[in-house]
Design a protein around this ligand. Structure first.
Ligand code: PLP
Length: 316
């Protein structure tokens, strides 16, 4: 990334600072990243209104607080502060397009693995332009990874931690080496878990099916959004349950979902093609509804959106 492409500001430990000033010593770097928990949040630019809407900001801040609690990090930041800091940062960087926002909390102190004791929590929030793909028709070919999904006995998948991504990295690299676009994970019981950074849905006989919350998945906010929209807008039946690998080979449609992935249609799994194509008709409908919701054009779900107030520039 070139210097010009860096955002002007980021937020670090209670204040907005110029990008260049956000440095840590090299020897602190990996100690901090071992403990790091984070969030991925999107802001959608509504051009007609000249406004940026941050999607489910408070839910993301609450999940970050949960991750920090589960890691036993000293509590230094409140949900309210994280929300306000995110709004202030996006406004300061003065975007006129969709953005991705990443708050990341980490423990600093005595360089021991335990975060208990002589430790404090630090946090930064970073934002960058990230164009939505919700207008695009595209799809991915997926495979089941030979790597097993992390689980509650080893690295709890419920915690959104940087360290968990070692698991995803192995699966993504393997998938790419074998000529696939993306990977799906099975859990230690051999049941379907999720993607490499997204949850997964299948459509079968008009019903939406997704692995339940104890299948080794992250408690995804997009997954929750999709369940709401499927039931409330499309009147679909949604099953959250244990899902078999072979069952997914017989699916009519499949898609990944996540803040970063948005709604990503899957064309095939282990070269079994989805019967209704990709994006299939239900995937397409859900994607279109999701798009109208996140941009604030569907007024039924405006309570999920936080307007940044782009008309008003932040004071520096
Ligand atoms: C962030 C993430 C997701 C998606 O969660 P959202 O809340 O929808 O963004 C799914 N799986 C993993 C492993 C993740 O880290």
């Amino acid at each position: 990334m070139s210097q010009q492409e860096n955002p002007k500001y980021l937020w670090w430990n209670h204040r907005i600072i110029p990008w260049e000033e956000a440095t840590v010593h090299l020897t602190d770097y990996w100690w901090a990243s071992v403990t790091a928990v984070f969030e991925g949040i999107r802001g959608y630019w509504n051009n007609a209104e000249g406004e940026m809407y941050i999607f489910r900001l408070e839910d993301h801040a609450r999940r970050l607080e949960q991750s920090m609690q589960l890691i036993r990090m000293p509590k230094e930041f409140t949900v309210d502060e994280i929300c306000q800091a995110t709004i202030d940062l996006v406004r300061a960087n003065d975007y006129r397009g969709d953005v991705y926002i990443m708050p990341l909390a980490y423990a600093v102190g005595n360089k021991a693995f335990s975060v208990v004791g002589d430790r404090t929590t630090e946090m930064f929030i970073y934002s960058r332009p990230a164009v939505s793909r919700l207008e695009e028709d595209f799809s991915l070919h997926a495979c089941y990874s030979s790597w097993t999904r992390i689980n509650e006995r080893v690295l709890p998948p419920r915690i959104k931690a940087l360290a968990n991504y070692r698991n995803s990295q192995l699966a993504s690299s393997e998938a790419a080496m074998n000529g696939y676009d993306t990977a799906l994970f099975l859990n230690p019981e051999g049941k379907v878990a999720e993607g490499t950074g997204s949850c997964v849905f299948f459509v079968r006989k008009g019903k939406l099916i997704t692995p339940d919350i104890t299948s080794g998945i992250l408690e995804s906010i997009t997954r929750d959004t999709v369940i709401h929209l499927a039931r409330e807008v499309l009147g679909l039946e949604v099953e959250e349950r244990v899902v078999d690998r072979t069952e997914t080979y017989l699916a009519d449609e499949a898609f990944l979902c996540g803040t970063h992935a948005e709604i990503t249609p899957i064309a095939s799994i282990d070269r079994h093609e989805m019967k209704h194509g990709a994006p299939g008709p239900i995937t397409r409908q859900l994607r279109d509804i999701y798009r109208e919701v996140v941009y604030g054009r569907d007024f039924r779900y405006r309570n999920w959106l936080t307007p940044v107030g782009m008309g008003v520039r932040a004071e520096q």
